[in-house]
Ligand binder design. Sequence first.
Ligand SMILES: Nc1ncnc2c1ncn2[C@@H]1O[C@H](COP(=O)(O)OP(=O)(O)OP(=O)(O)O)[C@@H](O)[C@H]1O
Length: 494
Amino acid sequence: MPHDILIVDDESDIRMAVAGVLEDEGHTCREATDSDSALQAIAERRPNLVVLDIWLEGSRLDGLELLDHVLRDYPTLPVLMISGHGTIETAVAAIKKGAYDFIEKPFKTDRLLLMVDRAVEAARLKQENAELRIRIGAHSELVGESPPISQLRGAISKVAPTGSRVLITGPAGTGKEVLARQIHARSRRAEQPFVVVNCAAMHPDRMELELFGTETGVDGYDSPRKVGMFEQANGGTLLLDEIADMPLETQGKLVRVLQEQTFEHVGGTRRVHVDVRVIATSHRDLQDEIQQHRFREDLYYRLAVVPLRVPSLVERRGDIPLLARFFMDAAARSAGIPPRPLGEDAMAALQAYDWPGNVRQLRNVIDWLLIMAPGEPREAIRADMLPSEISALTPDTLRLEKSPEIMTLPLREAREMFERDYLLAQVTRFGGNVSRTAEFVGMERSALHRKLKSLGVAGGAAAAAAASGGDAGQAAPASAEPGLVHGGARGSAS
Ligand SMILES: Nc1ncnc2c1ncn2[C@@H]1O[C@H](COP(=O)(O)OP(=O)(O)OP(=O)(O)O)[C@@H](O)[C@H]1O
């Protein structure tokens, strides 16, 4: 993996020797002769590593003082010191200050290369760990086998290696960030940083500061300079989460950055070059935002090189059992307790519910159930243990809700009503998959198909079956059907 390396040494033969060895390995090297030109080079573009001589003749700051500056302003930038004969003690002091390691002159080529690779790798792991700690509990696995998720998986494998910009839209909590992480993980940038900017959570006045960083300290010359998210993501991917919340003025600046891959620090004049892949997400309809003059059309077309849409969870009910089991196992692992199985009736209710908060809400419910559901540790979770707005959707309850109406009907019509509601609930529960429903209710597939048709539920149902992962073209619950599938709890979820 080639690195961008800054070599700081007052002796030109040492600089040339180090650069020669590193460039032969494919690394890109820049050279600086003193502290000021070194700081300027870092400000222009943050390197992956600084190789720094302890003695810097004729420099404003010596090697150790420069190290202090670099570590203060760029705490995650690794520094490898070069020490001469008799400076070992100073080199040890440098490590105590925070340098990665030191290499003694004269050095062997192999040793230099090894240390360079180790220093960059250690810094990468440190950053990755920090990121993981922040995002603890966030899964980046894309679970689901429904047609829309399979299509998205196919699109990810095509687009990930290309480096194209991607715009991911879809309702909140559907997995847009999961998709973005997948794209990064399968790209050539996978070893480089993945930086997330949450435009919705950030104060609009701070956004440019956070994105582009500052030339000097934010609050005055002596405070550390702020490294913006674009620089932090150099070589990797920057996720602009909820891009519709970005102020129009910042959108204009972003257009220029995307066009030129360069920008200026806030309060600065120098152009900073970066190599960043941008992925953006939005739960809003950006075309609508453009119409309302809240989103720049030129930015839309620069971001939506590859547009992807993640459907809501109700559009792929067939994925609910997989997701529920996945979250149960994950929650149990992180709590260090055994997972609770989900009973048939509980799963049926989970599949019948509308999930306004999408996958995130399902995950929260499962986390809650593992800890709060009554019963023994390995006892199956029943429908009556679910939160009330979800347990209201079990076939039993729904049948009771219907009973007053049933009592006014003759037997044949009452049986038909029950049959229709019962079969709709079962088809919904199996994500519109008629074969699996038939197996469960104990009917031949073709007989069930005929039955659904005779009960008048085959028409609009086919589309629902296709959307929710069932056998496309087969019957599934019509979304407009006011029967027992959605019950009285629709929209009552928190
Ligand atoms: N297909 C999936 N497989 C596994 N986990 C998922 C999936 N989709 C979403 N999740 C999980 O659901 C939660 C919400 O996902 P994510 O943050 O990616 O959604 P989002 O669409 O970006 O939400 P928002 O619009 O609110 O930012 C996360 O915990 C994520 O791990």
